[in-house]
Design a binder for this molecule. Sequence first.
Ligand code: NAI
Ligand code: 3PY
Length: 434
Amino acid sequence: MAQHDTTTKHRLWLYLEKPHPIIKHPTILSCTSPKIANQKCPKSTLASMAKPVSIEVYNPNGKYRVVSTKSMPGTRWINLLIEQDCRVEICTQKKTILSVEDIIALIGDKCDGVIGQLTEDWGETLFAALSRAGGKAFSNMAVGYNNVDVNAANKYGVAVGNTPGVLTETTAELAASLSLAAARRIVEADQFMRAGLYDGWLPHLFVGNLLKGQTVGVIGAGRIGSAYARMMVEGFKMNLIYYDLYQSTRLEKFVTAYGEFLKANGEQPVTWKRAASMDEVLQEADVISLHPIMDKTTYHLINKNSLATMKKEAILVNCSRGPVVDEVALVEHLKQNPMFRVGLDVFEDEPYMKPGLADMKNAVVVPHIASASKWTREGMATLAALNVLGKIKGYPVWGNPNRVEPFLNENASPPAASPSIVNAKALGLPVSKL
Ligand SMILES: NC(=O)C1=CN([C@@H]2O[C@H](COP(=O)(O)OP(=O)(O)OC[C@H]3O[C@@H](n4cnc5c(N)ncnc54)[C@H](O)[C@@H]3O)[C@@H](O)[C@H]2O)C=CC1
Ligand SMILES: O=C(O)C(=O)CO
């Protein structure tokens, strides 16, 4: 390993001589500072940029500079970018959540596209910085993009990508896991065992809720909400009630067909109902799972009043976004109703929990891991990279963001298109005919 110019803080380049074991293209550089010269930004920003941001570089001679604000699972996404003449820079800073200033430093004075994370604040400041650096594309490595000001991106002509579809089943499976964990008090029972408190089988020990024959309620029956509904209906023979702004015909057909199948086999058929209001779901369902997008119509959708509408022994699951639930009201409700249980993957002030939540035995809490399966996370990285690449290369936008499988086939080249650009219409981008 050769080290150069170590006297200058802003130019500490460490060349790795050995090829990376998994990346096809061998050249990796590590450095602790991006180029920040000639950048026009506020003084306060420059001051906070004084700290170098560490990065890892692949294919340093690539024509297009693509920055990823985090290391992402898998290597396919890096290879796909390198094969299309991109220099890939990955931020290796230890800090979990990068600030706007950190990202401005990463963008530097020449950047064609950025792959970012849902924890980052992609607003006017960052899109202005990206545009100044010649950037045309940003992609969240997430399907939800409530951290992105799409209007600001439109203003600077920057395409905004997201990663639908590849995480649908994985996220629905976690919602189903939380439903079961809450219904059968799995975390409480686990803690009891580990504390050495188990001294024999008892009729009353950790009695929970049977799901079979009960009603599952889904708020937001889009991709993930529908997949979750199918799992709960088919897996546990629950009846379905859902609320969405749109009718979910495919889901209704599925439950109807499954109900007929059960009936033909002499079993009690399952049923479905599309509720006219969210309150109808809250009143009737035994397990309620939240899967809407996060916007101003869904902020505090679950609040003191809506909680009061729910059954005293209901289960509430949230794998959408934290602010969909008024967490202070939820903590109070959990205190007042010990038989009411929740399973939470997301939190209002993520990464923090509201005071009191961590003490509630009737809450199961996990750290925003709903999409965390290996296949999904690698696929999300691939879709995010291809969103950015497609815009850089002038490819059209894929016609159906619900059908992204062709981009995920590791044994074939992906289509020449951006899989999912949320502001394609606003920017007037062409749509693929493939
Ligand atoms: N916890 C996690 O790790 C993950 C969280 N998510 C969250 O889940 C959300 C949904 O993802 P998808 O199912 O792929 O999106 P989607 O767009 O397919 O589904 C969202 C559904 O919410 C409905 N909706 C919108 N406003 C509503 C309202 N006011 N009331 C009721 N329904 C409403 C829409 O009509 C749509 O059917 C994402 O936007 C993201 O925030 C997604 C993946 C992983
Ligand atoms: O994709 C999203 O929206 C997430 O929350 C993480 O997968």
